[in-house]
Design a protein around this ligand. Structure first.
Ligand SMILES: NC(=O)C1=CN([C@@H]2O[C@H](COP(=O)(O)OP(=O)(O)OC[C@H]3O[C@@H](n4cnc5c(N)ncnc54)[C@H](OP(=O)(O)O)[C@@H]3O)[C@@H](O)[C@H]2O)C=CC1
Ligand SMILES: N[C@@H](CC(=O)OP(=O)(O)O)C(=O)O
Length: 351
């Protein structure tokens, strides 16, 4: 790539925004030209506005950048990475799309719109074909693509080869979700230390629906939802990063744990994802140890982009059960958005 593509990070000061800044440091294709946040931070430098939470230092280029208002005026970027709260994203993301930018969003605001893809390039890169219809429907020069919810992410990637080879009828899901998923400062320490909170507002509904869209097929200008049902129970646990998801599945075709492990291990990145700088290779790793995956030990596999599966075994009520781990602010958020943007560049939607 001759010169790097200019990008802006919207809501750059929060839990996901900081991951964007970290992952965009030295990115081979993208260069950050602007950082934005709320009125609270406008006019400050990034260093002043941001309580940096990550273990690598804040990149030097970001420290003195001014935090701009979250509005496209004057921002010369081709891609807008959005870490906005869903309530603000609803009105703000279209302004950036209207201004001609490709919005790669983490927010839930547009995930349910029929003309907006929820992308996991490892498993549904072809859903980018909704973009031309979206531009036409809405009259935008740019467009919006989204990431899924961070608990939907790992489980849906792991379900892809299982659905393809054995068919899926029903999935029962229990999550153990890290506190960084609640943003910063997020859950009060008095609520989460020495505790588990069995409620995250809106989360179960997302996990019960988003995988069906992501595993659905493009039909004309829409996605036909995959035909299986999901029941989810969610929990916030005192882990910093990494969402663990326990799945029990009823399958169309009876099979054994060994065959499921083989299908997961054989799963390859589709051709469209080859060469994307953020694509994990392999996309899925299956561990044999009976006590893995664990968030602290396994979340950074593949620089936080690999989906790690373990404990694949017979389920005495349904058919097969297993555990899936995915890094919520990397694969489940900023890293996922980066891979989406790389796919858009590779496929010519961003030039
Ligand atoms: N954390 C995670 O694991 C995941 C999060 N997401 C989604 O990503 C988004 C960001 O989440 P997260 O980073 O955790 O949240 P945080 O609460 O940590 O950060 C919120 C960010 O939004 C900014 N902001 C708030 N209101 C406005 C506004 N009106 N205009 C512009 N900027 C605003 C804040 O700026 P300021 O500092 O100035 O207040 C801050 O940068 C959410 O939509 C969330 O649902 C998705 C997947 C995973
Ligand atoms: N709600 C998730 C993170 C998140 O913000 O997801 P979503 O973008 O779907 O609201 C969590 O608590 O871990």
């Amino acid at each position: 790539m001759a010169s790097k593509i200019p990008v802006v990070v919207l809501a750059a000061t929060g839990s996901v925004g900081q991951r964007f800044v970290q992952l965009l440091d030295q990115h081979p294709w993208f260069e950050v030209v602007a950082l934005t946040a709320s009125e609270r931070s406008e006019g400050k430098t990034y260093q002043e506005a941001c309580n940096w939470l990550l273990s690598t230092p804040m990149p030097d280029w970001a420290r003195s950048m001014p935090v701009l208002p979250t509005h496209p005026t004057g921002i010369q970027a081709k891609i807008a990475f959005s870490a906005l709260p869903a309530s603000s994203a609803k009105d703000i993301e279209p302004e950036f799309a209207r201004a001609g930018m490709a919005v790669c969003s983490n927010a839930a605001a547009y995930r349910r719109e029929p003309d907006v893809p929820i992308l996991l390039p490892e498993i549904n890169a072809e859903h980018i074909h909704l973009i031309p219809a979206q531009r036409k429907n809405r009259g935008w020069d740019g467009f919006i693509t989204t990431n899924p919810n961070c608990s939907s992410t790992g489980m849906t990637i792991a379900l892809r080869p299982i659905l393809d080879q054995f068919g899926v009828k029903r999935v029962f899901v229990t999550t153990l979700q890290a506190i960084s998923g609640a943003g910063y400062p997020g859950v009060a320490s008095m609520d989460i230390l020495d505790n588990v909170v069995p409620y995250i507002g809106g989360e179960e509904e997302k996990i019960e629906w988003e995988p069906r869209k992501m595993l659905g097929k493009v039909q004309g200008d829409q996605i036909a939802l995959a035909d299986f049902r999901v029941s989810a129970q969610v929990n916030r646990v005192p882990v910093v990063d990494g969402h663990l998801v326990c799945l029990s599945m009823e399958l169309e075709k009876k099979t054994s744990p060994d065959e499921v492990i083989q299908a997961l291990r054989a799963y390859q990145l589709p051709e469209l994802c080859q060469g994307l700088p953020s694509a994990p290779q392999p996309p899925i790793v299956v561990m044999d140890e009976p006590n893995r995956p664990q968030p602290r030990l396994d979340r950074m596999r593949g620089d936080g982009m690999t989906t790690t599966v373990g404990r694949v075994r017979v389920d005495p009520l349904l058919d097969i059960k297993m555990v899936v781990l995915s890094h919520n602010t990397i694969r489940g958020a900023a890293g996922g958005s980066l891979m989406n943007a790389e796919l858009l560049v590779k496929t010519g939607f961003v030039k």
